[in-house]
Design a protein around this ligand. Structure first.
Ligand code: KIV
Length: 254
């Protein structure tokens, strides 16, 4: 499955979205190449302030749920902060995630130093997706990266080290167009952009943002529908029906 994704580089865009549950995964599966159980669930689902509040147990439970709805896409699961601080822990925890969720790969955020963690995982036959640019596990303040020559050079070097360590792809989060273009051109593995321009080999968005459920609309999010409005209309009609004793009618009772 990973080979199919690697072959898309320079040929066909790679489609990725997040899902934290069976229902969402089964809706998006048909049109995705990769489904990510992201630690963005902290903010999106749990209303937490930081992604580092996501635990191994939480990501595993949501991974198990998403697995049930993922039939054809590659299922990637984020390793929570603190679960890959050294090679030994990273391997132990990644193996646990893989065993309990039957996912295909894990994603780890780069702190610009943890390349040995990736190579350790890869040597243990674990498929790894990297993540550079804005990495919420390690940065408190949002900032677009790669806007200066120096920052671009650093990102290119970081991306190359992640590729060398054996990652099969790499998320570029909130990286300037020019830097994303150069990083994508100098790597053999696909880049998956979020807020990092159409130069990337693929794109990822948080599904809840795309459908208008999360209420989070930074510059890089395009809202493709307003699910809040649709749910609101349904709930209003339900309320009205109950008040007027139209629901449940005979059809809905025994
Ligand atoms: O946690 C997440 O959903 C992510 C994506 C935004 C790339 O890391």
């Amino acid at each position: 499955m990973i080979n199919k994704i690697l072959k898309k580089k320079n040929k066909e865009k790679i489609i990725c979205l997040t899902a934290y549950s069976k229902n969402f995964a089964s809706i998006i599966d048909e049109y995705c190449d990769i489904i990510l159980v992201g630690d963005s669930m902290a903010n999106v689902l749990y209303g937490m302030k930081y992604t580092h509040q996501v635990t191994l147990d939480m990501i595993i439970r949501h991974g198990q749920s998403a697995r049930k709805g993922t039939k054809k896409s590659l299922l990637v699961i984020d390793m929570p902060k603190g679960t890959y601080d050294n090679v030994k822990d990273a391997i132990k925890n990644a193996k646990m995630i893989l065993k309990k969720t039957k996912c295909d790969a894990v994603k780890i955020e780069s702190n610009k130093k943890n390349f040995k963690i990736i190579s350790g995982l890869v040597k243990s036959k674990i498929k790894v997706m990297g993540h550079i640019g804005f990495t919420p596990q390690f940065k408190k303040k949002f900032k677009v990266e790669g806007t200066t020559l120096n920052s671009k050079k650093k990102l290119i070097s970081e991306a190359k080290k992640i590729e060398k360590a054996g990652a099969f792809s790499i998320v570029l989060e909130c990286i300037s167009r020019e830097s994303a273009k150069e990083i994508t051109q100098c790597l053999n593995i696909p880049t998956i952009g979020i807020g990092s321009s159409s130069y990337c080999d693929g794109q990822i968005l948080v599904t809840d943002d795309l459908i208008g459920l999360s209420g989070f609309y930074p510059k890089f999010v395009k809202k493709y529908c307003d699910i809040n409005r649709i749910v609101l209309q349904a709930v209003k009609r339900y309320r009205n029906d109950v008040k007027k004793k139209l629901f449940p009618s005979q059809n809905y009772s025994f």
